[in-house]
Design a protein around this ligand. Structure first.
Ligand code: SAH
Ligand code: SF4
Length: 379
C-alpha cells in the first residue's frame, strides 16, 4: 500500500522528503497544501514541480477515511460517521457556539477501558486509529464546513502572542470522541503535532484539549512532549467508587492521578486542569460527594465540567435531575471552583458524549450475524 501522507507530522514528512533527496521547503509546501488548503490531489499542488508531483503520486497518497453519514441536528451540531475499514466506523462531532466552534474527535475504534457508563466502552476495543485517521477527521470537518484557506492567500507569519484560531470556523479541537487518546499515544502525538503546526492547522495549544480517564505515565509523556490543555475524567471523589465506574483507577488510583495533574500543570498551556464529572442519579451526585471532591482536589488548580449522563440502551444508569446537578455545582462554586454544566447537544442525532457509535455497534452486530448466517448457509 502507498504511504499515507496524513500519517506524517512535519518532521516525519521532512525526513521522508530527505530520503527522496528533496529539499525541506518542498516538504513544507506539500504540508501546507494538504493541511492548510485541504488539497488531496498532488496534481493540483500548483507550485510543486510536475516531476515531483508525479513522483509523489507514485509513492504516496492522501488517504482519507470515507464519510458514511453526515447528519445535522436541530441545534446545529453536525456529526460525521467515518469508515475506518473492516466494519469499524468512528464519529466526529462539530459543535457550533456563539464565540467558538469545537470539533470533537475520536482516537480509537471502541475502547478497552470499559467505564461503566460509556457506550464506547461497552462496545469493546477494536483498534487504534492511525495518525491519518485522527487528523483525517479534522481534515474532513474543515472540508465540509468550508474552513480551509484558499491557496495563495496571505500566509502571514504568526507573532508568538497572536491567536488566529478565532478567525476559523473550527477554533477548538477536543479529543473527547470515541476511545482513550492516551492509550493510542504515538498516533495521537503525531496528530496533535499537525494540529499545532503553523504549516498545518495552526491551532493554539490552549485550544486543543486531550481528555483522559487517567493513564498516569502517558500524562507525564504528554506534559514533556506536547503539552496541550488537559481534561481528566474524574467522575468520583474516592477510590472505592472510581474502581467500579472507571476501572483504570485500579491501576492508577486517585492519589497518583492527582499528583500527575499537579506535575502536568508545571508545563500546561492552561493554568488549570478541567475535571469532567458525569452526573449519575443516586450514584455519585450527592452533597457529600461534592464535599469529598473539594477535599480531593484542594491542591490542584482546576475547573469542573459536570456532564449530565447521556443514556443509552441497557446502561443501567439514570441522569441526575437538573436540580441535583445545580445543587452539586453550587457546592463546588461556593468553594470558588469555576463549574460549568455541559449542555447536551445533538441529542436528536445521538451525538452527545458517551453515545457515539451506538448505532455503529448495532450495525456491526447485524453484519456479524449476516456473516454467520452466510457461513451456515455455505457449510
Ligand atoms: N476516553 C476519554 C475521552 C473520551 S470520553 C475519557 O474518558 O476521558 C469523553 C467524556 O465523555 C469523558 O469524560 C467520559 O467519561 C464521558 N462520557 C462517557 N460516557 C458518557 C455518557 N453516557 N454520558 C455522559 N458522559 C459520558
Ligand atoms: Fe474509554 Fe473514555 Fe469511554 Fe472510559 S469513558 S470507556 S476511557 S472512551
Amino acid at each position: 500500500m502507498k504511504l499515507n501522507l496524513l500519517d506524517l507530522d512535519a518532521d516525519g514528512l521532512a525526513a521522508w522528503f530527505a530520503e527522496l533527496g528533496e529539499k525541506p521547503f518542498r516538504a513544507r509546501q506539500v504540508l501546507r497544501w494538504v493541511h492548510q488548503f485541504g488539497e488531496d490531489d498532488f496534481g493540483r499542488m500548483s507550485d510543486v514541480a510536475k516531476s515531483l508531483q508525479a513522483r509523489l503520486a507514485d509513492l504516496a497518497e492522501v488517504r482519507l477515511p470515507q464519510v458514511l453519514r453526515d447528519a445535522t441536528a436541530a441545534d446545529g451540531t453536525r456529526k460525521w460517521l467515518l469508515d475506518v475499514g473492516n466494519g469499524n466506523a468512528v464519529e466526529c462531532v462539530f459543535i457550533p457556539e456563539e464565540n467558538r466552534g469545537t470539533l470533537c474527535i475520536s482516537t480509537q475504534a471502541g475502547c478497552a477501558l470499559d467505564c461503566a457508563f460509556c457506550s464506547t466502552g461497552k462496545q469493546g476495543f477494536n483498534r487504534n486509529l492511525s495518525a491519518g485517521e485522527i487528523v483525517g477527521q479534522l481534515w474532513w470537518a474543515k472540508k465540509m464546513l468550508g474552513d480551509f484557506r484558499a491557496p495563495g492567500g496571505a500566509q502571514g507569519r504568526r507573532a508568538a502572542e497572536t491567536d488566529f484560531s478565532l478567525e476559523r470556523i473550527i477554533s477548538n479541537v477536543v479529543l473527547m470522541g470515541m476511545g482513550e487518546p492516551l492509550a493510542n499515544y504515538e498516533n495521537v502525538l503525531s496528530a496533535l503535532r499537525l494540529m499545532l503546526d503553523d504549516n498545518a492547522y495552526g491551532l493554539s495549544r490552549r485550544r486543543v484539549t486531550v481528555s483522559t480517564s487517567g493513564i498516569v505515565p502517558a500524562m507525564d509523556r504528554l506534559r514533556d512532549e506536547c503539552p496541550v490543555a488537559l481534561a481528566v475524567s474524574l467522575h468520583t471523589p474516592n477510590d472505592a467508587l472510581r474502581d467500579r465506574l472507571v476501572p483504570i483507577n485500579r491501576k492508577y488510583p486517585l492519589d497518583e492521578l492527582m499528583a500527575a495533574c499537579r506535575r502536568y500543570l508545571e508545563k500546561s498551556p492552561r493554568d488549570f486542569i478541567t475535571f469532567e464529572y458525569v452526573m449519575l442519579d443516586g450514584v455519585n451526585d450527592s452533597d457529600a460527594h461534592a464535599r469529598e471532591l473539594l477535599r480531593l482536589v484542594r491542591d490542584v488548580p482546576c475547573k469542573f465540567n459536570l456532564i449530565p449522563f447521556n443514556p443509552f440502551p441497557a446502561s443501567g444508569f439514570k441522569r441526575s435531575p437538573a436540580l441535583r446537578v445545580r445543587r452539586f455545582a453550587e457546592i463546588l462554586m461556593q468553594a470558588h471552583i469555576v463549574t460549568t454544566t455541559r449542555k447536551t447537544r445533538g441529542e436528536d442525532i445521538d451525538a452527545a458524549c458517551g453515545q457515539l457509535a451506538g448505532q455503529v455497534r448495532d450495525r456491526t452486530q447485524r453484519r456479524a450475524k449476516r456473516i454467520i448466517t452466510l457461513a451456515e448457509t455455505a457449510s
